[in-house]
Design a protein around this ligand. Structure first.
Ligand code: SF4
Length: 473
């Protein structure tokens, strides 16, 4: 185990031993993949839409600095404030500054993976601000003191009995019930009052349109709309890759996002936020602040191959189809973004030395690439990151961390053997003699635990060919 911050293999063993978790995941994933399949049943139409989505995202990334400047200008013209944050710490401090400017101690939050990336709730709690998650899944995991285990359905690892227990134990005066409607009603009743008490609302952003300065936010529960309209101040946090060029880019991406994420043609709420409340309007926030977070994204953007990571629209479908994620769930990955997208995004953000083990959690079966609505070549990027883990001349932060003296010596020996004919012949002769004991020695022993030991032939290919009377060229 080479990770410095967490023991990935121990996490995996623990997850695999948890039968309840595996059964919850298998049930949920089956239903999500079936819904997606039904909505994209016309393969040719889906391929055309994917190509369109891919082109929109690539075009946006190719002109990202310019689009961000246009977005900033338009948002300011529309009456919003725009803030730039290079790091998550900077973004947290901007949020805190806005809260302090309004003497606010209560924040109501819609679902936002960027805020998870910032560990915002913990930061605010340390500074005396109560931050309440209002998305149902996020609300459940906040009660349990957990992080999301999926980027779209954060509490997917729990079944209704577990949720019933959480509500009963963590919400005062709540009777135990497993009836889904009653559980929903309990959450609604608990949260409704909080929307009015929240002094500031915070949300993520699914897409921001540079042409019009519009923030687009999709959701199904209405809590996002409450967070962005009821409190007098709205803060929107977004990774800077989420910008698109034109308003006409939104519908195809929206179709791909909602179809891939939840198997819906369109979500119940599509919020298009284009400015704070106008003098003659009766509701809406008086102030809107947009925070654009970099957190390593501009570095990712500068590499032509790795840039494709930023095409992601966070639909989560690669997780649902991944044979590894669907068996271990999101918490085992130990970082905010799990599954295939996490395998390529996390090591680039956190550094390979901290998260370099994560790209190994893939069978390279290509399922993630096949389903990705914006055609990110995830397996190619996983291979690149795996290689960079050993490459002292790589470009991803933390590159080369897995390269050890023994590793370098083995490759040098391999090169030597393959450059010298006599040596090669000798090793070929020795291989069948030594092979019964070799994989049981030292670090090779771990390799044979889950694999069948290779058996070398007694005769080399050259010998067999020669026996047939064919002479060496
Ligand atoms: S990588 Fe593709 S499939 Fe995975 S979350 Fe991003 S857009 Fe969706």
């Amino acid at each position: 185990m080479t990770e410095t911050q967490f023991d990935f293999q121990a996490n995996i063993r623990k997850a695999l031993a948890n039968r309840q978790l595996r059964s919850n995941l298998s049930f949920a994933m089956g239903s999500m993949t079936a819904k997606r399949k039904a909505i994209f049943s016309d393969a040719a139409a889906f391929e055309a839409l994917r190509a369109q989505g891919n082109a929109i995202r690539r075009r946006a990334l190719l002109q990202l600095p310019e689009l961000l400047e246009r977005l900033e200008k338009k948002c300011i013209e529309n009456g919003m404030s725009v803030h730039w944050a290079e790091t998550t710490d900077e973004a947290n401090r901007i949020v805190l500054g806005i809260l302090r400017d309004h003497h606010a101690r209560r924040l109501v939050k819609g679902k936002s993976m960027v805020s998870e990336e910032m560990h915002l709730n913990r930061f605010l709690a340390d500074h005396g601000v109560e931050s309440l998650e209002t998305d149902l899944g996020e609300f459940i995991i906040q009660l349990d003191g957990e992080t999301p285990s999926h980027i779209i359905v954060p509490a997917i690892h729990k079944n209704k009995q577990e949720i019933a227990r959480t509500f009963h134990e963590k919400i005062p005066n709540t009777p135990y019930t497993e009836a889904v409607e009653e559980l929903n009603a309990i959450a609604r009743k608990t949260l409704r009052r909080k929307f009015y008490e929240g002094e500031v609302g915070l949300s993520g952003v699914n897409m921001a349109v540079a042409e019009t300065g519009t923030l687009c936010l999709v959701e199904n529960e209405g809590n996002g709309r409450m967070c962005t309209t009821v409190p007098p101040v709205h803060i929107a946090v977004m990774g800077l890759e989420k910008v698109v060029e034109k308003l006409s880019d939104v519908p195809p991406l929206l179709r791909l996002l909602t179809g891939s994420a939840t198997g819906q043609l369109i979500t119940t709420y599509v919020n298009m936020i284009s400015g704070p409340r106008k003098p003659d309007e009766k509701d809406g926030p008086r102030e809107i602040h947009l925070i654009l977070l970099d957190n390593g994204r501009s570095r990712i953007l500068s590499d032509e191959q790795l840039r494709q990571t930023l095409q992601c629209i966070r639909c989560g479908t690669c997780l649902n189809h991944c044979p590894v994620y669907t068996r271990i769930g999101g918490h085992a990955y130990g970082f905010i973004y799990p599954g295939p997208i996490g395998e390529i995004l996390t090591p680039q953000m956190e550094g390979l030395d901290k998260a370099g083990g994560i790209p190994t959690a893939s069978t390279l079966c290509n399922a993630c690439e096949e389903v990705c609505p914006v055609k990110i070549p995830i397996p190619d990027l996983i291979r690149r990151l795996r290689n960079e883990s050993y490459d002292p001349n790589g470009s991803v932060p933390g590159h080369g961390f897995k390269r050890t003296f023994a590793e370098a010596a083995v490759w040098k020996a391999w090169a030597l053997v393959n450059r010298h004919r006599g040596l090669n012949a000798l090793v070929t002769k020795m291989a069948p003699v030594l092979s019964p004991i070799l994989p049981r020695l030292g670090p090779l022993e771990a390799w044979t635990r889950g694999r069948i030991r290779p058996r070398f032939s007694q005769k080399s290919l050259h010998e067999r060919v020669r026996e047939k009377g064919i002479k060496d060229a």
